[in-house]
Ligand binder design. Structure first.
Ligand code: NAX
Length: 326
């Protein structure tokens, strides 16, 4: 047990950070053989929350946890980072215009990207959770001089897991039986959860569930699941979001094997998605990096849904360009 992995987590005083930290320190993300050094980045208002979480981490006496450091300076927090989980962001609040939202996040993810480029370890991998996640990842990536673009990804794993869970429930099957679901596009209401190539126990899912359900209510429910959780729970998705972030990084670093999942990665033009956009695709990881699963058939319905979500990403990219954020 020699290797120590430095993990920088931003937004450590917030809800998802709090839910994620204990599982990371317990080894759920990188397995039982890697020691973990945690770096927590917060803004001054969030420092007490991060300090409290650090105290509780100490009180857990996790054998894998080597150290916990807290900072409000990205240059310090990203120093030597092997993995960066960017959770803290400025989410949209009532009445906020899109330009304001993007500008506020540009002020966060630009400097964080720069600090990653200047201070992180050579093998750094960056997973962006804070919304608007795809475009925040793009902003950070564009500022991280010297870091290969494919080391940046954004989370659509929560959408993916929701899509798996809701399909399994509809089919009366175990989640273990489900494979081949793809979330395409943006982590937003335009995302496209696609069952065209999904299987349940190796058989096409569309032989088990109604195609009209799969292409109507199902898409709507997956895309709006976050709002459904807020309505029922009285608060946003926290534990499931933390779980998704952990699974995203775990699969990226340790590999997926033959299973497919979804992640927003830098497009190389696959499936007609403009190069350079950070868009969700069907992916596998061999442990070295995400690989887009190519060659899947895309019918007219899927084409339209993918194009609509990608158009939203293009509009977000153009808006941040106009604002001078990339
Ligand atoms: P909270 O408001 O509980 O926590 C956010 C924390 O980030 C706060 O403690 C805040 O002080 C900190 N923060 C803000 N700016 C920062 C900066 N520049 N550097 C470091 N820390 C900073 O939100 P929480 O519920 O934890 O959600 C965090 C983010 O995840 C939000 O943007 C949310 O929209 C996003 N989500 C993304 C999901 C995804 O699938 N990609 C799903 C869940 C979640 O909605």
């Amino acid at each position: 047990m020699a290797q120590t992995t430095t993990i920088t987590l931003t937004g450590a005083g917030g809800q998802i950070g709090y839910a994620a930290l204990f599982r990371i320190a317990a080894g759920d993300m990188l397995g039982p053989d890697r020691l973990i050094a945690l770096r927590l980045l917060e803004i001054p208002q969030g420092m007490r929350g991060a300090e409290g979480a650090a105290m509780e981490l100490l009180d857990c006496a996790f054998p894998l946890l080597e150290s916990v450091e807290i900072s409000d300076d990205p240059n310090v927090a990203f120093d030597g980072a092997n993995i960066a989980l960017l959770i803290g962001s400025r989410p949209r609040t009532a009445g906020m215009e899109r330009g304001d939202l993007l500008a506020a996040n540009g002020a966060i993810f630009g400097p964080q990207g720069r600090a990653i480029g200047e201070h992180a370890a050579d093998d750094v991998r960056v997973a962006v959770v804070g919304n608007p996640a795809n475009t925040n990842a793009l902003i950070a990536q564009q500022h991280a001089a010297g870091v290969p673009a494919e080391r940046f990804s954004a989370l659509t794993r929560l959408d993916h897991n929701r899509a798996v869970g809701l399909l399994a429930a509809e089919a009366g099957a175990s989640v273990r039986a489900v494979d081949g679901i793809t979330i395409w596009g943006n982590h937003s209401a335009t995302q496209y959860p696609d069952l065209s190539h999904a299987t349940i126990d190796g058989r096409p899912a569309l032989e088990t569930v109604d195609a009209a359900w799969a292409r109507g209510p199902y898409i709507e429910r997956v895309a709006k699941r976050g709002a459904e959780i807020i309505e029922v729970r009285g608060g946003s998705s926290v534990a499931s979001a933390a779980n998704a972030a952990i699974e995203h990084v775990r699969d990226w670093v340790l590999g997926t094997g033959d299973r497919r999942t979804s992640a927003a990665v830098v497009s190389r033009g696959e499936y007609g998605v403009p190069e350079g956009l950070i868009s969700s695709f069907p992916v596998r990881s061999d442990g070295d990096g995400w690989r887009v699963v190519e060659g899947l058939g895309v019918d007219d319905f899927s084409r339209q849904r993918i194009d609509a979500s990608v158009a939203e990403l293009v509009a977000e990219r153009d808006a941040v360009r106009e604002l001078g954020l990339i």
